[in-house]
Design a protein around this ligand. Structure first.
Ligand code: ATP
Ligand code: MG
Length: 284
């Protein structure tokens, strides 16, 4: 009884309070602006698989999400769209001042997910922008007007440390590095870290390394456990607790133009990428 009256008293006190005249920050209405670059110059480590499924996970959590495909191979694009539908690509938006990023963005089969598609033309971008003063800032500048429409952006990078990846690192607020669970996993990470430090030194000091995700892990082998320990030794707390294990389902889903969540919702890949998304949001 005493307890209840305390609550009642509190409520009365509270209701007699003045409502603040100005709207104060209401957390649920604040848009989380998050631009995550998925980068590693090593080929075939799971960048695209991570980008498409993280973007899908964000969309399924109700976040308006834009997946930007910066790889001329266009694997992310083809995971959601028929490449024949793609008339204009990120290349046009970056290379042509008259084309806005919004002009090239296409909807996908997922309600809250959009794709800024790639085409092979992106491979010409480096040559096209050589000598341009703002070459590293093109994507950042083109993204600025659409940030309010897509509070979550995921960028799939090509397997190089060239101009495209640098554009992604300059535009990004966060970086996620997939590392394949393989014997040569850590080879080349020095170059990647050096590039990140260069970007942080000047064009984008706010860039945060969100974490390292181990991909294509095979829990059963001792070698894989050793590799995981090695990666943990180098990256410490940056390694995500969620590890992406090897799964045929993850390989298959792009061929059906689906993310893992609709293609095989009960698979380990779906559970793991959903958890990775949660862990990522907690860290952001
Ligand atoms: N967890 C996984 N289990 C099984 N296969 C996987 C897994 N992750 C990725 N793959 C497969 O490995 C290959 C390389 O993956 P992915 O394309 O995601 O790497 P990438 O880093 O984007 O490659 P690239 O450097 O060429 O862009 C693909 O065939 C993909 O389907
Ligand atoms: Mg790729």
């Amino acid at each position: 009884m005493h307890h209840k009256s305390t609550i009642d008293n509190y409520q009365i006190d509270n209701s007699s309070r003045q409502i603040p005249p100005f709207p104060v920050t209401i957390p649920s209405l604040v848009l989380t602006l998050m631009i995550v670059a998925i980068a590693n110059q090593k080929g075939g480590v799971g960048k695209t698989t991570t980008a498409i499924n993280l973007a899908a996970a964000l969309a399924l959590r109700g976040k308006r999400t834009l997946l930007i495909d910066l790889d001329p191979q266009a694997n992310s694009t083809m995971s959601f769209l028929d490449i024949g539908q793609v008339v204009r690509s990120v290349y046009d938006a970056i290379a042509d001042p008259a084309v806005a990023l919004q002009d090239v963005i296409l909807p996908t089969g997922l309600e809250k997910l959009w794709v800024a598609p790639s085409r092979i033309a992106l491979a010409k971008l480096e040559a096209k922008l050589v000598g341009e003063m703002d070459a590293h800032f093109r994507l950042k500048d083109k993204l600025a007007p659409v940030r309010k429409d897509y509070p979550h952006v995921v960028i799939d990078c090509p397997p190089t440390l060239g101009l495209l990846t640098v554009n992604a690192l300059v535009a990004a607020t966060h970086l996620l590095i997939p590392i394949q669970s393989s014997y040569f996993a850590l080879e080349g990470t020095d170059d990647l870290l050096e590039t990140i430090e260069k970007v942080r030194a000047r064009p984008n000091p706010a860039l945060r390394i969100l974490g390292v995700v181990i991909t294509m892990h095979d829990k059963r082998t001792a070698l894989a456990r050793d590799i995981r320990a090695q990666i943990q030794k180098v990256f410490g707390g940056k390694v995500f607790k969620t590890v992406i294990t090897k799964s045929v389902r993850l390989e298959e889903s792009p061929a059906y133009r689906e993310s893992i969540f609709t293609f095989a919702p009960d698979s380990s890949g779906a559970t793991e990428y959903y958890r990775l998304c949660e862990e990522m949001m907690d860290r952001a």
